[in-house]
Design a protein around this ligand. Structure first.
Ligand code: SF4
Ligand code: SF4
Length: 174
């Protein structure tokens, strides 16, 4: 473990560490690209499932976020983790220019005057699946088929991300 390793700080918080992490993942993918077909396919499946729930998430946000008295992004301690980083690279997304924060005392750098400035697809997974109590209450008023599909898709994305990570590690360790 490096001497300056801080388990309470987000990973790759400095510009240099962010750059190095992205270059390393990119290099590994180029090096093993032919064996990573399955990992890429899993990432694209995750992308498709994510995109299938964005309109519902947008709807839930529109109902409560614009008038929220205590916006969650102001205090959220979230960042791009290893699965997020892999997903971004394997599904060829535009990589955000920096980690969400370099220090837990900071506010997410992507929070703008009108909410998140990042496209949903590149936000940390936790920012997508988190449903605050007001959103959960509105979701619970929706037809059962919509709720069930949402819950099912969230679980499928969780499983797909795990599988994608396991496959990537299997290939690069081989
Ligand atoms: S998700 Fe919930 S807590 Fe966060 S800004 Fe929207 S309404 Fe507020
Ligand atoms: S990435 Fe966007 S949604 Fe996530 S905490 Fe930051 S501002 Fe909020």
């Amino acid at each position: 473990m490096p001497a300056d390793f801080d388990p309470t700080a987000p990973p790759w918080g400095s510009p240099a560490a962010w750059c190095e992490a992205n270059q390393t993942v990119d290099h590994l993918i180029r090096l093993h690209r032919q064996e990573l077909d399955r990992a890429v396919a899993l990432a694209l499946e995750v992308q498709m499932k994510l995109e299938s729930i964005f309109s519902l998430i947008d709807e839930l946000c529109m109902l409560t976020c614009p008038r929220c008295p205590d916006p969650c992004c102001l205090t959220a301690k979230v960042w791009i983790n290893f699965q997020d980083l892999l997903f971004l690279h394997l599904s060829a997304q535009k990589i955000p220019p920096a980690q969400m924060m370099s220090d837990l005392k900071e506010t997410c750098r992507y929070l703008g005057a009108k909410g998140c400035t990042l496209p949903r697809i590149v936000r940390p997974w936790i920012c997508t699946w988190y449903c605050c109590p007001s959103q959960t209450a509105n979701l619970n008023k929706m037809p059962p088929a919509i709720r069930e599909n949402f819950t099912h898709t969230i679980q499928a994305i969780k499983n797909g991300r795990k599988e994608m990570e396991a496959e990537f590690i299997r290939v690069i360790s081989g």
